[in-house]
Design a binder for this molecule. Sequence first.
Ligand SMILES: Nc1ncnc2c1ncn2[C@@H]1O[C@H](COP(=O)(O)OP(=O)(O)OP(=O)(O)O)[C@@H](O)[C@H]1O
Ligand SMILES: [Mg+2]
Length: 218
Amino acid sequence: MSGPVWERRLDVSTAAQTHALGAALGAVLEAGDLLVLTGELGAGKTTFTQGLGEGLGVRAGIISPTFVLVRIHPNLPAGPRPGGPDLVHVDAYRLESAAEIDDIDLENTMDTAVTVVEWGRARVEHLSDSRLEVELHRTRGGAGDTPDAGPAATVVDAAAPVLDFDTDDDDEPRTVVIRGFGPRWAEPPALPGIDSSGTGEPETALPETTPQPPERNA
Ligand SMILES: Nc1ncnc2c1ncn2[C@@H]1O[C@H](COP(=O)(O)OP(=O)(O)OP(=O)(O)O)[C@@H](O)[C@H]1O
Ligand SMILES: [Mg+2]
């Protein structure tokens, strides 16, 4: 398994923007795609996944699957992508290894679904030769602070070109880092409504010598 081929950083300041970023990505994902979500408790992984579900046009009701490890959200014939992929939403928080992941048979649904795994790092990489990693960081305060790596683009919801979200006391800034791995993600996805608003470099191509994670498939 090789390292990432590119990395993109985006700043979001509200939960609605995290949702909008998920929706933009959900509009372009295909069956077979694997997403690995990382971020501390409450970082916004489920909020992002709810946006993904909207962009994919799958049945609503995405929640943190605390007691149910896997939920399948079927694609809606009346949604924005009729006939498109289903969404398989996994919470791997309580799963300790790739072997435990294998017990839940994600292979059965991968071909017809986008598979999104919260807490999936170091647990699901063996399921596909390509994946997107999505990291959510609290942007200020505490140990979850964003590592410093240059300018990030700013997410603007295409439906709300003037940022006019209700100012919710709960809203806090987040930095979202997206990394592409494998042949499926040789190029970063174009994200309508988000790319056009970038203030920095849209993505960073990573050198071939990027440090590689340990091989999992031994
Ligand atoms: N910029 C933001 N992006 C995402 N969520 C935000 C943001 N600002 C505030 N929030 C709030 O943070 C909370 C994120 O909760 P969410 O369930 O999405 O996190 P999670 O990463 O899935 O947590 P868990 O690890 O418990 O599953 C929500 O209540 C959301 O409204
Ligand atoms: Mg969650």
